[in-house]
Design a protein around this ligand. Structure first.
Ligand code: NAD
Length: 506
């Protein structure tokens, strides 16, 4: 079913989505050379709906032979120039048509990510779809803004620089926003003129495959974009080790990021761009301007998308003089805001976790928090009829010490750790005591406190008196083990180019 506007699906009821999802066409074959094909050895991987345990479909289990095939096509497309040398405005036109086609299939994309990953349908309709379209259109608008420079050489020399595509880019995406995270990588890499091989996460690959189909339908050269699903340690690792992949751009865990850096060293020294995990702190100072707003942002910052958010505000640092008040307000305002339920229901804000293994892992962290002496401040009700799904009740712990496991490790679930601090110095020290540095939030009325914290916090994004806001112009990425590159923003597209210096003796 196509041509249903985003406005129209915003009105759909739970029943509408259930009926639509029951008839979703599922095709998990890989996209290579513009065609859907099986993996070379015909093997597949099951994908499961984490809300019910039902099988959604089977995706191709690509291995190194399949990656070789996609890369060979990408290399020849790059050399032939059908995409890499296409006039920038023509390339932009393809990207605009691609966005329009994805928009026409919005219902399908929203439903696919919800049934595979458990993301609430309302978030798909109101956040991921509009953001995905904005991302493609932003980079389409940017294609003809890439410029080189002429430099101040002697008068008998003309020296200029060019930004040219790298060649073949391997994009490895996670499952937590399946469509959107893939598009954050693929759109700028394609816009810059590269051939792209996308390896989506095995838990939620179907929307990536469909966006590949639509790129070809939009007039994109068939060999310039392949979508090759499969397991990380097989298809993903093969991309990382491939001698003809010029760059791997990755979003996922720091552990896999390290493997990809090793693989680059063991193969062709390909560039490796990493967007990894986080343990983002929110700092609530006693002089914060609006307690309810800060507490709501603290709740949303950890419970939205079931806490499966790289920049989730998973550490809540609260100044001692307002510590009791913040706990009380949290316990009053959190109940009812993220009640687990069927993610196909537009009124539901909290779905299941992505898979049963994640449910076990997060439950394990809760037990560990209690064993190490944290106090449970809040736990949402989990209705017994949800027991077949991978649900975890959103939970907050107070009296957490900075050295406890839940204050140090990325849980990637709806669990927050409330930590008291005495003053600004201690707050900064606790906030920076992490291997990660993706984002942080500060709540204060004091301009000097705010700017000092912006200066001193070790993170790629700092929000002041807000949390988790964003714009396409904002570079997004981490410090320390949270990563080494930036998504979104014009500059991120330049990361998919290489500069060339031309020296012309006149
Ligand atoms: P993951 O690292 O397990 O998997 C991510 C991707 O890497 C998947 O496609 C997977 O198949 C692939 N992969 C797994 N093993 C591989 C290997 N050995 N070689 C190559 N590829 C391999 O992460 P995940 O569980 O899918 O995602 C959660 C992580 O992603 C969290 O740490 C989260 O913070 C991070 N994340 C970061 C950002 C960001 O922008 N910084 C955004 C979203 C998620």
């Amino acid at each position: 079913m196509t041509d249903i506007s985003l406005d129209a699906i915003a009105e759909w009821t739970h029943r509408d989505w259930q009926q639509y999802a029951a008839k979703l066409p599922i095709d998990g074959r890989m996209l290579c050379g513009g065609d859907r094909v099986d993996a070379a050895d015909g093997e597949t991987v099951e994908t499961i709906n984490p809300a019910t345990g039902a099988v959604v479909g089977h995706i191709a289990r690509a291995r190194s032979r399949d990656i070789d095939r996609a890369v060979a096509a990408g290399v020849s497309a790059h050399r032939a120039g059908a995409w890499s040398r296409m006039a920038p405005r023509d390339r932009a036109a393809v990207l605009f048509r691609w966005a329009a086609l994805i928009e026409r299939h919005a219902a399908e994309f929203c439903a696919l990510d919800t049934v595979e990953m458990g993301r609430p349908i309302a978030d798909m309709v109101h956040v991921d779809m509009p953001e995905a379209l904005k991302t493609i259109r932003f980079f389409a608008e940017s294609v003809d803004k890439i410029t080189g420079t002429t430099t101040a050489t002697a008068s008998d020399v003309l020296h200029y620089t060019l930004h040219q595509p790298l060649g073949v880019v391997g994009a490895i995406s996670p499952w937590n926003y399946p469509l959107l995270m893939a598009i954050w990588k693929v759109a700028p890499a394609l816009a810059a003129g590269n051939s792209v091989i996308l390896k989506p996460a095995e838990q939620a690959a179907l929307s990536s495959l469909r966006m590949g189909d639509l790129f070809v339908e939009a007039g994109g050269p068939a060999d310039a974009f392949a979508v090759v699903p499969g397991l990380g340690e097989e298809a993903g690792a093969a991309l990382g080790l491939h001698m003809q992949v010029d760059k791997v751009t990755f979003t996922g865990s720091a552990a896999v990021g390290k493997e990809l850096m090793k693989a680059a060293g063991a193969s062709n020294l390909k560039q490796v761009a990493l967007e990894c995990g986080g343990k983002s702190p929110q700092l609530l100072f006693a002089d914060l301007p609006d307690l309810d707003r800060a507490v709501d942002a603290a709740i949303d910052g950890i419970f939205a998308n079931m806490g499966e958010v790289c920049n989730a505000g998973s550490r809540l640092l609260v100044q001692k003089s307002i510590y009791d008040k913040v706990q009380q307000r949290f316990a009053e305002r959190a109940p009812g805001r993220y009640v687990p339920g069927d993610p196909l229901d537009p009124n539901v804000t909290c779905g299941p976790l992505v898979e049963y293994a994640a449910q076990d892992r997060v439950q394990g962290y809760k037990l560990c928090a209690e064993r190490e002496g944290a106090r449970k401040l809040f736990e949402e009700t989990l209705r017994p009829e949800l027991s077949a799904g991978a649900y975890v009740a959103p939970t907050a712990y107070a009296d957490v010490r900075p050295d406890m496991t839940i204050a140090q490790e990325e849980i990637f679930g709806p669990v927050t750790a409330m930590i008291p601090f005495a003053d600004e110095d201690e707050a900064i020290r606790i906030a920076n005591d992490s291997i990660y540095g993706l984002a942080a939030g500060i709540w204060t009325s004091n301009l000097s406190t705010a700017h000092r914290c912006v200066r001193d916090l070790e993170a790629g994004t700092i929000w002041v008196n807000t949390f988790d806001d964003g714009d396409m112009t904002q570079p997004f990425g981490g410090w320390k083990q949270s990563g080494n590159s930036r998504d979104k923003c014009f500059e991120s597209m330049l990361e998919y180019t290489q500069s060339k210096s031309a020296w012309v003796q006149v």
